[in-house]
Design a protein around this ligand. Structure first.
Ligand code: PEP
Ligand code: CO
Length: 459
């Protein structure tokens, strides 16, 4: 695997990069990042690739989720803990209700840069550069805040390091212990899905007590494998964070375990595809409704020439109304190459609309509709629905309408906190997990996968 220089990458078609006022400062920051310790380790990326190979083989399910855009202010113990808690709870729903091993990956510890459809934002006749994430510029609508500042890349490194440190502590230090499943939601008001979760937690408690009584040691319940992922958008940062692993002599992007290429930057001959085809991390690619089978074939051959299971995660985000039509030709084209990829449904990005009061939102029913369409397509084609990719938060925000809490457009005004796309709140996220678990359980009757059928009563 040869690793391209940053100079070479900059000669390729390159989209969605900040226009920094001073290139000299960018180069200095890149040099400083190059000497920083890796945030994740090569062996961990290999471990995730092997786990994703199991997903590709239909033996596990991927849960990937987190903020659309993390913020530096959001790096607090409370915020990180709430996000991890909802992901853990969703994964427990999937593992227990659908009896599928779940590979857990956060959109976390690095998701600070955003592609934008327009270079400028206009408010009341004033136009300023668009906010491109805390990695690039400030969210405040002032000329000073919106100037891209390369020093922010060092802040991304520090914020990611702090978040990962906390995440590792939560996942291995006892908090994630399944025997504490009841404690996870202790401070939360029980909503619709939360009540359902509490019931499931009771069942898990009982099952665990039974196991302990049988003399089965709970060591495996104590810790959880959790991985970090983000969109590899800023070439300077991702290139600067790449290290040659001393054991394998292969390049790894050590900014996160899984890195993905967004819908707007997946040009076959572009710099993003070149960079990610040159690192050993598992790689994700977002695919929107207009993608052609030829586009996808070009990408999979370039990024995964060895047809290595676990290397590629194809994250489709077609929209509720389009998934049934747009997805089958894409799956068929990839299947015909003989490789096994992880098929993931992102039911968020194809379903965004502007509410009458001006808020960018998504409807929970559209999200569910896309998930259902995606499951139906996989069931028709006999392929394994590998996982879901969700924008969510552990907090009680009001950013997406619908769900059992019955949020309406007016509610968007009360707790709309995202700096980018609208996220499912805690209750909506859990509700979605139950829906996905049901589909996994139902489909098992028709699907020939190695996961054994077991449906707990009333789930
Ligand atoms: C995102 O995941 O936040 C995003 C911008 O997605 P996409 O590239 O699919 O539009
Ligand atoms: Co988003």
């Amino acid at each position: 695997m040869t690793f391209p220089t940053l100079e070479h990458l900059r000669t390729l078609p390159l989209k969605q990069q900040p226009s920094y006022p001073d290139q000299g400062k960018v180069d200095q920051v890149v040099e400083r990042l190059r000497s920083r310790p890796p945030l994740v380790f090569a062996g961990e990326c290999d471990d995730l690739r092997e786990k994703l190979a199991k997903v590709a083989a239909g033996e596990a399910f991927l849960l990937q989720g987190g903020d659309c855009a993390e913020t530096f202010d959001g790096v607090t113990a409370e915020n990180v803990k709430n996000k991890l808690t909802v992901l853990l709870a969703m994964s427990v729903v999937l593992t227990y209700a659908a009896q599928v091993p779940v590979v857990k990956v956060g959109r976390i510890a690095g998701q600070y840069a955003k592609p934008r459809s327009s270079d400028t934002e206009t408010r009341n006749g004033v136009s300023l550069p668009s906010y491109r994430g805390d990695a690039v510029n400030g969210f405040d609508f002032t000329a000073a805040a919106r100037v891209p500042d390369p020093e922010r890349l060092l802040d991304v490194y520090n914020a990611s390091a702090a978040t990962l440190n906390l995440t590792r502590a939560f996942m291995t230090g006892g908090f994630a212990d399944l025997r504490r499943v009841h404690n996870w939601n202790r401070n939360f008001v029980a909503g619709g899905a939360m009540a359902r979760f509490e019931k499931l937690a009771d069942e898990i408690d009982q099952a665990l007590r039974f196991m302990v009584a049988c003399g089965i040691d709970g060591d495996q319940m104590k810790t959880v494998d959790f991985f970090a992922s983000h969109e590899a958008l800023l070439l300077d940062y991702e290139h600067a964070m790449t290290r040659i692993d001393s054991r394998t002599q292969q390049p790894y992007d050590t900014s996160g375990h899984l890195v993905w290429i967004g819908e707007r930057t997946r040009d076959l001959n572009g710099a993003h595809v070149e960079l990610l085809s040159s690192v050993r991390n598992p790689v994700g690619i977002k695919l929107g409704p207009k993608v052609t089978p030829e586009d996808v074939l070009g990408l999979v051959e370039k990024i995964d020439p060895e047809q290595e299971p676990g290397r590629l995660t194809l994250i489709t985000r077609m929209g509720a109304g389009k998934v049934r039509e747009a997805l089958p030709p894409v799956i068929e084209a990839v299947e015909q190459t003989g490789r096994k990829v992880v098929w993931v449904c992102d039911p968020m990005h194809g379903n965004t609309f502007t509410a009458k009061n001006g808020y960018k939102t998504r409807s929970f029913s559209d999200v569910v509709e896309e998930v259902n369409g995606w499951f139906d397509v996989h069931d028709d084609l006999g392929t394994w629905p590998g996982g879901v990719h969700i924008e969510l938060t552990g907090d009680d925000v009001t950013e997406c309408v619908g769900g059992s809490g019955g949020l309406i457009e007016q509610d968007l005004e009360s707790r709309y906190e995202t700096v980018c796309d609208p996220r499912l709140n805690r209750d909506q996220s859990l509700e979605l997990a139950f829906t996905v678990a049901e589909r996994l359980t139902d489909g098992r009757i028709n699907r020939h996968n190695p996961v054994q059928a077991f449906v707990p009563a009333e789930l």
